[in-house]
Write a protein that binds this ligand. Structure first.
Ligand code: ADP
Ligand code: MG
Length: 597
């Protein structure tokens, strides 16, 4: 709630003026029955058509003023609501971007999407409705009652009796339905999750012939959703007939007692009509109020879902070390002076000191007591079966996660002491899953370096063996990539992501299984190009293929999170059981051939 007010702070004027204009509109509405009463009692009773027309004019005027204030109120309310939700959405997006992988893992991406879209929309609707109706509806209900008292105390007593009964019915039904609506929301989430998973995994579903099973669970879920919605619909359907029955009973009572009083001259006919009018105004407002409260509860639920994201603090504290080598980062990348080089070569590029990693409390360690050093210019191969911790190891270098134990050093400085930007600027990561964004090839490659020239881009593409992709496309670098890179093959996507990392000309290049979709010959050419590229950079080559890492200066063999051995191909083949097994199991004729090529 406090957070909502915080986002409304720029719209203080609107948030006050909106309800005020609504009250103005309501006051004019309350006057209408009195004018109608005059028309009946004076105009019609005396057959004075001039009077009727005059009062009719007043009615129209009241209507117009009411309309004007209503429009003004809507304008202010909408401005405040939309402005507030826009700010909230912006703040939430900024906050999400401060999350490390760890927080994203725990919250889950799909629910974050719902929160930043539909939940914020719900809050927006809530704010809008509150600004418009929260004061207005109670004002009309009580205003109409007070007006009834000014007309005739005895008849007004009927109001006093009926309003509580109406309240009871309207809010009783609301009380019954709100929890069910919550349940509906939960079930809707499930159906959505199901649809999302099925659409994104449609190939897998088909490949495993799971369509009919998936359809069955979907039907079960959506049938459950329908059942609850029918149930809550039936209860809500009671609202109208019940309230109308009560109101009409009250009207009959009014007319009956009123009629007697008219006969004895206490009341006029017009006053009876005015009383009836007030009665129906009350009904309409009560129903609006109930609707408002349903909306408020839903908005509050959404607000608390949004709040819980805001309250999730980014678990990583940035350090302040920027690692600025005198002479700017450029020297560090390309034309590094001899002096700088020798000073730099005094410390390893990347060092792991007894690093262990446990993702969640109670889970098994994904890495255990890993120590090694990587020097500038070295190629480090990381090999192991799936789930052995290869990705975990390399993800610790750009600090995507924090190590649970031990420390990771880049250029002799603990990664936790770096400013994240400064740290990641030194590192080019090609993630295991090749992700491209919609936009042109050029735009995608420039993620690596904002102002990269075409020559730089083409050079990076050359190293990544991706020149032919651009040459084949008719628009070259301007070729549009569709969402998620759907118009490219897996291998093409991988080579573009490699080029993207190379454009940055990083000190540390990490290829996480990035050649998995390349054929052996392209893979071999890629490794050759990478070796020839830059002497001062350290390259981490993660792979499950022995052929990919065999020429690395140092190979780290991982087995179930533990280091089984570190060394060159020859040394490990002699001494490391795990490594020898991997090599032998993969020594197919094809691979040998590719290796020789
Ligand atoms: P590899 O890249 O060698 O296939 P990973 O480093 O991805 O292996 O995974 C090592 C282990 O850590 C696996 O047991 C995996 O289940 C676990 N793991 C990986 N990522 C996460 C994560 N984000 N949250 C929890 N556990 C994870
Ligand atoms: Mg992996």
């Amino acid at each position: 709630m406090r957070r909502l007010l915080y986002f409304l702070r720029d719209y203080r004027k609107e948030s006050i003026l909106g309800p005020l204009f609504k009250l103005l509109e309501a006051s004019f509405e309350l006057l209408v029955p009195l004018v109608v009463a005059d028309i009946i009692d004076v105009g019609i009773a005396h057959r004075d058509s001039a009077y009727v027309l005059g009062r009719g004019g007043i009615l129209i005027l009241l209507g117009l003023i009411g309309l004007a204030s209503s429009i003004t109120a809507q304008y202010f309310a909408a401005k405040a609501a939309v402005g507030c939700s826009t700010q909230m959405r912006g703040a939430l997006f900024r906050h999400l971007n401060s999350f490390s992988y760890k927080e994203l893992d725990t919250i889950g991406t799909s629910t974050l999407i719902t929160r930043i879209t539909s939940d914020i929309n719900q809050v927006q609707t809530g704010v809008n409705l509150v600004l418009r109706l929260f004061l207005r509806s109670p004002f009309i209900v009580f205003g109409a009652m007070v007006m009834a008292f000014t007309i005739d105390v005895r008849s007004a007593l009927i109001f006093l009796g009926v309003i509580p009964v109406l309240f009871l019915v309207v809010f009783g039904i609301m009380g019954l339905t709100i929890p069910v609506y919550r349940k509906v929301q939960g079930q809707l989430d499930r159906v959505l999750l199901h649809v999302r998973e099925n659409l994104s995994g449609v190939r897998v579903v088909r490949a495993f012939n799971r369509q009919s099973d998936e359809q069955e669970t979907f039907h079960a879920d959506s049938a459950a959703l329908m059942k609850t919605q029918l149930f809550v619909g039936k209860i809500s359907a009671l609202l109208n007939p019940l309230t109308y029955a009560i109101i009409n009973a009250a009207v009959i009572l009014l007319v009956w007692t009123g009629g007697k009083q008219v006969d004895s001259g206490i009341l006029t006919q017009g006053q009876v009509v005015a009383l009836v009018n007030y009665m129906s105004q009350i009904l309409v407002e009560l129903i609006k109020l109930a609707n408002l409260i349903v909306n408020i509860t839903r908005s509050l639920a959404s607000l608390s879902r949004i709040n819980s994201v805001f309250e999730q603090e980014a678990g990583m504290r940035e350090g302040t070390y920027t690692g600025a080598v005198p002479g700017s980062e450029e020297t560090a990348y390309t034309g590094m002076g001899n002096e700088a080089e020798s000073c730099r070569a005094a410390v390893p590029c990347v060092e792991f000191r007894d690093v262990s990693m446990i993702y969640q409390e109670g889970a098994e360690a994904a890495l255990e007591h890993v120590s090694f050093q990587a020097w500038p210019g070295e190629t480090i191969g990381v090999i192991g079966g799936t789930g052995s911790g290869k990705s975990t190891l390399v993800n610790l270098i750009p600090r995507f996660y924090d190590a649970s134990e031990g420390s990771v050093l880049v250029d002799g400085v603990d990664v936790r002491d770096y400013e994240l930007q400064a740290l990641r600027r030194r590192i080019g990561v090609v993630p295991q899953k090749a992700v491209l964004f919609s936009g042109t090839i050029r735009e995608n490659l420039r993620w690596g370096k904002k102002d990269a020239s075409d020559a730089e881009l083409l050079e990076a593409l050359g190293t990544a063996q991706g020149l032919e992709i651009v040459e084949k496309k008719e628009n070259g670098l301007d070729e549009e990539i569709l969402q998620g890179g759907r118009n490219l093959s897996g291998g093409q996507r991988q080579r573009l992501t490699i080029a993207r990392a190379l454009v940055r000309n990083p000190e540390i290049l990490i290829l996480d299984d990035s050649a998995s979709a390349l054929d052996f010959a392209t893979d071999a050419r890629l490794r050759k190009a990478l070796r020839e590229r830059k002497k001062s950079a350290a390259v981490f080559l993660v792979s499950q293929r022995a052929a990919t890492v065999r020429q690395a200066d140092k190979i780290i063999v991982l087995d179930d999170g533990e280091v089984a051995g570190i060394g060159t191909h020859e040394a490990l083949f002699q001494s490391c059981e795990v490594y020898r097994e991997i090599c032998l199991s993969q020594a197919s004729a094809e691979e040998e051939k590719a290796h020789e090529a």
